[in-house]
Design a protein around this ligand. Structure first.
Ligand code: IFM
Length: 730
């Protein structure tokens, strides 16, 4: 499936004004860590950041955050005695490129120094996918006259998270051409060992020295160049933490020692092979739309770059490993938006991500207990332990002297059902009974117990209700009986009973052990059944419209068209209260439900709800999670061009910074939604118990759409062609 087009993200001009956006776009990663695309040399305003999965530390307001690791990119050059800086001298050629095929970031520069000396430089870097502890850099330098050059690289423990410091120094030292550093996070006590090595080829009269500055061990090399001569500097860095080994410092140093002196070729080949294997399983092909094709691959690349392959105690945060937004916290974004991509193409990774929820079950139990409920209530924002880490108060974005109360951690409860939905989908797709028996079932049962204890009986309506919640549409908080929440809770309770019945017939011992461990008796199970059967549900029999929450239809009617053109969200325009009083949605809610539980919506009902809520959604400035889902449902109601408009809004969220916030990190949920829009929207894939089929709905200008996925042990190769606007299968 691989083709040669649409693999390169290219930047052709050096522009400090958009450097933070570019750092996000040029993030590279290997599932162990992610590094933003800062340059080797430093510039003011940069956010040179590396996040390692699971390395969280305490911080005020947001409780805990992923810690910015020591900077492995630092490489400062003095060319003929002048510092290499693109803000000085003259840039004659500049091109930076991320090759999505291999995750290799390269930069080619021709530079005239302030004193008029001409230089050609080529930088390359990759974070090895074959050995995720190794980080590789190379710079090739050519001078056009006889001169000298000096390269300095510092392994600095002085890195901070936007001015907040997390590292304590433990030790440092030097080896042959190498330096090492040993640090510990201040509150969580995670140790990190880093070691780096510089090898120079070419030039003459090579001199090497080391500066033993505390917390910033530095290697310095100087060499003489003849006109036209090429010097190559290879820098390899190793990172280990106490999450993987008891001796991170020694392990990092030893890892470097085992790498041969000229390591680039070998490391590069194994890395490139590992990426090739990923793309063989995951690639998507679009013919007839290069822009969309590149954007899709960019999204998949970022998901793959953040996907934990060796660690089942971490998950992917809302900004993956690419920026400070949401501080590395994990939301429903992972299970509902990103996970399907992994479930259907890389089930081993999906299993790791779901196992994170198993390992954080105690945190979810604690949250339920503290809120006065039974069972397990997953945190809206989760980090190392699964305890709730949503900030309670944050400064108002436009007036930082005011605080805003954030309620999502208290009452956005649908996430517990979302986690189960993803487990169920994974199980259906993979048949991984072992996961369901040993991990999934326990989650299902304890989450069902939470729902049953959270449900309130209303004698007047004769229904169980969920009052005071926030549904996916966060413009409306403190609402009663949100349709999405109620339907997912009902689904979860019923499915938990099904899972238990399955376990009882397939693994009676495990079922008995779980019943015993959770002290589950028949009365409680009967109560789950009753709650599930009597959960409040409201829809208009004539129109088929499902009311998003009780009283939604009475909210103030706002004509979105009348507010165009807009440059800000409805919430910024009307204020938090104003948006809450209005009938405008931040993101799909009933439409989201129609996607996840299609059996609740026949054709007419689907169309009615899509048309109604689509016209009332803040598509461009509301949540980035919405457009991909709208694209899928637009396909299902036969509107491919409208679907395409939604789809491109999602696809360009980062590359073209549609929402103006890509500097905070990539929109990882949107990236996952894009894959789902390709497969379940435009591709129209329907997976049945024993079969599958496609009902494609391609935009007219797409000539071909192809993708591959795994389903119940089979590899499905879907190749769809569009002739005269109609898609057919081949
Ligand atoms: O989880 C989302 C939520 O749905 C909308 N606000 C941002 C969160 C993190 O992406």
């Amino acid at each position: 499936m691989l083709n040669d087009r649409n693999w390169l993200i290219t930047e052709t001009c050096f522009d400090l004004a958009r450097q933070n956006h570019a750092e996000t776009i040029f993030t590279i990663g290997n599932g162990y860590l992610g590094t933003r695309g800062a340059h080797e040399e430093r510039y003011p305003g940069e956010e040179r950041t590396t996040f390692i999965h699971g390395v969280f530390d305490d911080v005020p307001i947001v409780f805990t955050e992923l810690v910015n690791a020591p900077d492995w990119l630092d490489l400062n050059l003095w060319l003929g005695g002048e510092p290499f800086r693109l803000t000085e001298g003259e840039i004659l050629v500049y091109q930076r490129q991320l090759d999505l095929r291999t995750g290799r970031l390269s930069r080619r520069v021709e530079w005239r120094s302030p004193q008029g000396m001409l230089w050609q430089l080529a930088f390359e870097r990759f974070a090895s996918l074959a050995n995720p502890h190794l980080l590789c850099q190379r710079v090739t330098i050519k001078a056009l006259e006889n001169t000298n050059l000096e390269a300095r690289t510092t392994l600095s423990g002085e890195t901070d998270n936007l001015n907040y410091k997390h590292w304590d120094w433990i030790g440092q030292g030097f080896g042959q051409n190498s330096a090492w550093l040993h640090l510990r996070t201040r509150s969580s006590g995670i140790e990190l060992g880093a070691a780096t090595r510089l090898v120079v080829s070419g030039g003459g009269n090579l001199q090497q020295s080391a500066w033993d500055t505390r917390n910033a061990p530095t290697l310095v090399v100087t060499t003489q160049l003849k006109s036209g001569e090429i010097v190559e500097i290879e820098k390899i860095t190793a990172f280990y933490t106490s999450r993987e080994t008891n001796d991170p410092q020694g392990t990092a140093r030893r890892a470097l020692e085992t790498v041969p002196k000229r390591a680039w070729k070998g490391l590069w080949e194994s890395h490139a092979r590992a990426w090739q294997r990923e793309w063989e399983r995951c690639d998507v092909l679009i013919e007839g739309d290069d822009r969309a094709h590149l954007a899709v691959r960019f999204s998949l690349f970022q998901l793959l770059a953040a996907a934990p392959r060796q660690d089942e105690r971490v998950s992917i945060g809302a900004k993956a490993l690419s920026g400070y937004g949401y501080r590395g916290h994990v939301f429903w974004d992972t299970e509902i938006f990103m996970l399907p991509f992994f479930t259907y193409t890389r089930p081993e990774i999906a299993r790791n991500l779901l196992s994170y929820r198993y390992h954080t079950l105690e945190g979810a139990r604690k949250k339920a207990r503290e809120n006065g409920y039974k069972g397990a209530q997953y945190a809206w924002e989760s980090a190392a332990t699964g305890e709730e880490v949503t900030p309670t108060w944050v400064p108002h974005p436009s007036d930082r002297t005011q605080l805003i109360r954030i309620w999502t951690g208290d009452i956005q409860i649908h996430i517990s059902a979302d986690v189960c939905y993803a487990i169920w989908q994974y199980w259906q797709a993979t048949g991984d009974d072992d996961f369901m028996i040993h991990r999934g079932a326990e989650i299902f049962l304890d989450v069902a117990r939470f729902w049953a204890s959270r449900a309130e009986w209303n004698a007047e309506t004769g229904c169980y209700e969920f009052t005071d919640v926030i549904g996916p549409d966060e413009y409306h908080d403190h609402v009663d009986n949100n349709a999405y929440t109620n339907a997912l809770a009902r689904w979860q309770l019923k499915t938990a009973l099904q899972v238990l019945a399955w376990l009882e017939s397939h693994q009676p011992q495990k079922a008995a052990q779980l019943r015993d461990q959770l002290e589950l008796d028949e009365n409680e199970l009967a109560h789950w059944q009753e709650v599930a059967e009597k959960i409040y549900w409201q829809e208009d029999a004539q129109t088929g419209l499902v009311e998003q929450f009780e009283g939604y239809f009475q909210r103030k009617q706002i004509d979105l068209q009348a507010l165009e053109p807009r440059t800000q969200s409805i919430q910024s325009l009307l204020g938090i209260e104003g948006a809450s009083e209005a009938n405008i949605l931040k993101q799909p809610d009933v439409v989201m439900l129609a996607y996840l539980l299609p059996e609740l919506f026949d054709e007419n009902k689907l169309r009615a709800n899509y048309e109604y809520y689509n016209a009332r959604t803040d598509h461009t400035f509301g949540s980035s999670l919405g457009p991909a889902i709208h694209a899928i449902i637009a396909c299902r109601v036969g509107k491919p061009e409208e679907a395409y408009e939604h789809f491109m809004r999602a696809a360009l969220a980062d590359l073209e910074d549609v929402r103006g916030n890509a500097h905070d990190g990539i929109h990882a949920a949107s990236a996952g939604g894009i894959w789902q829009a390709i497969v379940f929207g435009f591709g129209g894939l329907k997976l049945g118990e024993n079969d599958w089929n496609t009902q494609p709905c391609l935009p007219t200008h797409w000539k071909r759409l192809a993708f591959r996925l795994k389903y119940r042990g089979q590899t499905l190769e879907i190749d769809l062609f569009n002739s005269s606007g109609k898609a057919g299968e081949e």
